[in-house]
Structures are given as structure tokens and as C-alpha cells.
Write a protein that binds this ligand. Structure first.
Ligand SMILES: C[S@@+](CC[C@H](N)C(=O)[O-])C[C@H]1O[C@@H](n2cnc3c(N)ncnc32)[C@H](O)[C@@H]1O
Length: 341
């Protein structure tokens, strides 16, 4: 049976493509404009035509020769920062807010059987999103209600609440949206057993992603006070607390800073700052350091043979931005079932 064909818009480092391929799709084309992410994408998906351009300048016909018949699936994972609750500087004038709408030219051109969109839940309440759903209906699609999902229920050792939207034309929407929950995975299952990493830079002959960020002496002292396995900064003596944390009204917004992950739980949502203990609960459950890029990649369900290109900041961005491949694979199985129904 030929594999259904997919296009991956805003493909980043290729996590969506990986999940789709594992579920049985053939990804033929992808679009992104980030240089580092595109290098990573090409390395891991050499057979996919990646157009490395601003999507606003991409013409759908650049993929036409790859899609002689029906396009089965169009994936739209536009940047979530303009709608994210974690973004304290978001603005209605952010030009990235209209990027979801760039998918319309691909939908008009190829009329995919399924359109799948993933973003932060904040997108669902915007007029942009309401308008997009209306547009899909006018274009003849059955459009599901936006659904909140947690990656932790879909095979990923991480709490990551996302909104997904599925639209279908000519295939059963009810099958495409029927998600099967997967067994919970934990931080322990994902990262325990990795060797104690070196500090500051990749170590010769060792996993290039498994080295710990160098912390200041002050932050090491702080970490020494944080109880193992889930402790937080409330255990810090007053003299080691940051001034902003001492002010009660600000305290709650930074409650995860310096916090440790818990072995027998899922990880917190990984962001592009996921190897920085000042940006979230990103300290190792018992070692006095932030998690490494390897640990972050595993907590996002990337296999160890997935190769990342770029400096530490670029790789952290690629990992933090990714739709966890295991989550995408679980969702893609339902999408595939609808196409084959
Ligand atoms: C949420 S990330 C996508 C993650 C990706 N689907 C994955 O699973 O790894 C959003 C992506 O949109 C890309 N992007 C943002 N603006 C863009 C634009 N105008 N044209 C093309 N890509 C863009 C970013 O470079 C980023 O990789």
C-alpha cells in the first residue's frame, strides 16, 4: 500500500516529519527559514524537499511535481510565541500572528484531505483562529473543535499542553480526531542512566549534546540547597534568594526558577531556555546542574541518533520549539487511520 503524502509547513528541525514518518506517512516537502533548523532538518530528512525561505515568499507550485495526485495531509505548526502565555512581551502587532494564514495558499492549491494544526492553547481564543476555521468551512472542510492535548498522555515524558485542530475533506473527521492515550513515561525512564556529564563544552569522544552548562559559583551554591527530586527555590536561605523573588507579588511568576525535576514524574514544558535553571524547572533531579541538551532531547522524545546542528543556543531552540516526535506519531496514527478508512 503506498504511503500517504504529507507537507510539513514550519518544519523546524523536523520533529513533526519524524513523527509522521514513524506513523507511516511519506513527507515530500517542508518549509522553514531558520538556517540552523534547516541544517538539522536536511541532515535527518535528506529525501524531503525543504524550501528554506520565508513562507510568505514560497509558492505552493514549488511542490507541485512531488504531488501528482492527492495530497493527504498538510501540517501547519506556525510559531507559537505570539500567542504563548509564557511570552510576557506579546503584542497584537507581532507580524508572526498572520503566519497561520499562509497555509491557505497551500490548502487552496492542493486541497489536502486533512489539515492538521498545532499551537499553544492561546491561539484558539484569537480572531485570527476563528477566521481561519470559518475559512476552512467555506473551503468545504469539516472542522473539528480545537482540542487541548497534553504530550504526557501521548507518549512523551513531559507536560506540554497544546491545542490541536483537524479539518477533513473526503475522509472521516471522527476517525482523524480519535486519539489513543499512551502509557505515561517519566523523567527517570528518559534520562536516568546517562553518564555524569562534563562541564561547559562537549567532551572529546563523548556525546556532543551531553555536557552541562557552566554555572556561576553562586548558582552552584543555590543548587546545593535545593532538595533532590523535585525541590524548589523556596528552600533557599534568604541571602541566596534573588531580590525579585523576595518581593511577594513577583514571586509566583518565577516559582520554577532553580527548581529540580522529579524522577517519577513527567518533565515540565521544555522551552527554548530548557538548559537554563533561571528559565524554568530545568535542574537535574539530583546533580547540581541544569539538564543537558541530550537530556532535553530525550525529554522531547527525540531518539539519540537524531543529529542536531548549530551552537548550544540554536540546538536548545530547535529542541524547545519542537512538537515532540512521539506525540506527533500518536496523533499521526489517527490521521492515517482516517485516510485509510
Ligand atoms: C513551533 S516551530 C515549528 C517546530 C517544528 N514543527 C518541529 O516540530 O520541530 C515554528 C517554526 O516556524 C519557523 N518560522 C517562523 N516564521 C517563519 C516564516 N516567516 N517562514 C518560514 N518559517 C518560519 C521557525 O523558524 C520555527 O522553526
Amino acid at each position: 500500500m503506498p504511503r500517504p503524502i504529507a507537507l510539513d509547513l514550519f518544519c523546524g528541525s523536523g520533529a513533526v516529519s519524524l513523527g509522521l514518518q514513524k506513523a507511516g506517512f511519506r513527507v515530500v516537502g517542508a518549509v522553514d527559514f531558520d538556517i540552523g533548523a534547516c541544517r538539522t532538518y536536511r541532515e535527518n530528512h535528506p529525501d524531503v524537499r525543504l524550501i528554506e525561505k520565508d513562507i510568505r515568499a514560497v509558492k505552493p507550485d514549488e511542490f507541485s511535481d512531488l504531488i501528482p495526485g492527492q495530497l493527504d495531509l498538510l501540517v501547519v505548526c506556525a510559531p507559537c510565541q505570539p500567542f504563548s502565555s509564557q511570552n510576557r512581551h506579546k503584542s497584537n502587532n507581532d507580524s508572526r500572528r498572520d503566519l497561520v494564514g499562509q497555509s491557505k495558499k497551500f490548502i487552496t492549491r492542493f486541497e489536502p484531505s486533512l489539515v492538521f494544526l498545532e499551537n499553544v492553547p492561546g491561539l484558539a481564543s484569537t480572531t485570527i483562529f476563528g477566521g481561519f476555521r470559518k475559512w476552512l468551512k467555506k473551503a468545504g472542510y469539516s472542522v473539528a473543535e480545537p482540542k487541548r492535548v497534553d504530550a504526557a498522555d501521548l507518549g512523551v515524558p513531559q507536560r506540554r499542553t497544546r491545542m490541536i485542530l483537524v479539518a477533513a475533506k473526503g475522509v472521516p473527521l471522527s476517525v482523524a480526531t480519535r486519539l489513543v492515550q499512551r502509557r505515561r513515561r517519566t523523567v527517570q525512564g528518559a534520562i536516568q542512566g546517562l553518564p555524569v556529564p562534563g562541564i561547559g563544552k562537549p567532551q572529546p569522544g563523548e556525546d556532543p549534546l551531553h555536557y552541562a552548562r557552566k554555572h556561576t559559583d553562586l548558582n552552584i551554591r543555590r543548587l546545593q540547597y535545593i532538595p533532590h527530586d523535585g525541590g524548589g527555590r523556596e528552600s533557599l536561605p534568604l541571602e541566596l534568594q534573588l531580590d525579585c523573588h523576595k518581593r511577594a507579588e513577583r514571586a509566583s511568576s518565577f516559582s520554577d526558577t532553580y527548581g529540580r525535576m522529579r524522577w517519577n514524574d513527567v518533565a515540565p514544558t521544555l522551552t527554548t531556555g530548557c538548559t537554563d535553571i533561571t528559565r524554568g524547572r530545568y535542574a537535574h533531579p539530583e546533580q547540581n546542574r541544569a539538564i543537558t541538551l541530550r537530556e532535553a532531547a530525550r525529554l522531547q522524545s527525540f531518539p539519540d541518533n537524531y543529529i542536531f546542528h548549530g551552537n548550544a543556543g540554536q540546538v536548545a531552540t530547535q529542541i524547545g520549539n519542537a512538537v515532540p516526535p512521539a506525540m506527533m506519531r500518536t496523533i499521526a496514527r489517527s490521521l492515517l487511520a482516517a485516510i485509510r478508512a
